[in-house]
Design a binder for this molecule. Structure first.
Ligand code: KG4
Ligand code: ZN
Length: 336
């Protein structure tokens, strides 16, 4: 079923065409350059940029897949959670297309799409454990079957990506901080600075990054009092902070795998691009005898392919969303 996927929940506008689980085209227009001068995503700029990019992104994706508009058989779109203005741009475009072409529409939860992005290139075995690590989420789920998702645990404050972005910004690195810290860590010593593992009262499957983030800022302030930050200092701090964040994520999932009876772990979301995280989770899964499914980096960060991919799965079960579907800024997968 040739399915168009539209993703516009944050600062990336992405569209893709998927047919029978195969990605024919995936086009992402990043807005990093527009947000970089502000050091973070500006919601108003994000929705305007999405609006301006809709038609050209659709043209590119059709061209890349060598199909025409009327060949599209169904439309999948992210409707929650995210920046409401950004979500509305993509959702209204999807609704208009569905109405004009007389095709079914399905609205998807952004994090559920991320979880299934791990199966674009790997086979899926239910039940699986899904770990979404992005700019807004560090959430762990048990997925029994399509649509049957239970939340197991999550961060109680900042998401891992958010913490990396904030520390990157404080170090004066390129925006966004996550990939910049990943690159700079190659030159640093991950044992240069101590970061205690978070201790969270909520339970063993909960974590926190705010304490580590505060500690990083304290190290930076102490160094700044002596003069401008050297490249060595930045690299050592980046490597130590990255290592601590990855360790906290590893501990969380390690505990969950001890209790759960799953054979597969899906690691997804933008932070899953991180090389240390990928390596650490590969080793963890090998040690626990669990199959790791992790997408290529292009399917880790926000992309239309994961939306079209999961959308096609839902549409095949007969699921459709009404044309009055509304965007939701907040919606917890596995709870709402
Ligand atoms: O999934 P995503 O594209 O958007 C959200 O749904 O949030 O994730 C974006 C997050 C950002 O925090 C970004 O810094 C982080 O993913 N990220 C990385 C890397 N690439 C992207 N974090 C660490 N290392 C990377 N290589
Ligand atoms: Zn995302």
């Amino acid at each position: 079923m040739l399915t168009l996927g539209i993703e516009s929940s944050c600062d990336d506008l992405s569209m893709a065409l998927v047919d029978e689980g195969r990605v024919l085209a995936n086009v992402t227009s990043s807005q990093a350059a527009a947000h970089a001068p502000h050091g973070g995503v500006v919601p108003e700029i994000a929705s305007r940029e999405h609006l301006e990019g809709l038609e050209s992104t659709l043209d590119y994706v059709l061209e890349e897949a060598k199909v025409s508009l009327k060949d599209i058989e169904a439309i999948a779109v992210t409707f929650a959670p995210g920046l409401v203005g950004s979500l509305l741009v993509g959702l209204n475009f999807a609704k208009a297309l569905a109405f004009a072409l007389n095709r079914p529409l399905v609205g998807l939860h952004h994090i559920e799409s991320h979880l299934y992005s791990a199966f674009i290139e790997n086979s899926c075995a239910y039940p699986f454990m899904g770990f979404a690590v992005s700019g807004g989420h560090s959430h762990l789920y048990q997925v029994k079957s399509l649509g049957k998702v239970n939340i197991l645990g999550h961060t109680v404050d900042d998401a891992a990506g958010e913490a990396l972005d904030k520390v990157g910004k404080r170090l004066g690195l390129d925006y966004p901080g996550g990939p910049a810290i990943d690159r700079l860590s190659d030159q640093g010593d991950e044992q240069a600075f101590d970061f205690a593992l978070p201790r969270v009262k909520a339970g063993p499957l909960y974590t926190s990054f705010s304490g580590m983030k505060t500690k990083a800022v304290e190290y930076i302030q102490a160094e700044e009092s002596k003069g401008p930050l050297s490249l060595n200092f930045k690299a050592d701090l980046a490597a130590s902070f990255q290592s601590a964040v990855v360790r906290a994520l590893e501990v969380l999932v390690g505990r969950a795998l001890k209790k759960a009876s799953v054979e597969q772990l899906a690691l997804a979301g933008g932070v899953a691009c991180n090389r240390l995280l990928r390596k650490t989770f590969k080793d963890l899964c090998e040690a626990k005898g669990v199959v790791l499914a992790v997408p290529s980096p292009r399917y880790c960060t926000d992309n239309g392919a994961m939306v079209a991919f999961l959308g096609e799965k839902y549409l095949k079960t007969g699921a459709v969303s009404p044309l009055h579907l509304n965007a939701r800024a907040r919606m917890v997968l596995g709870e709402d």
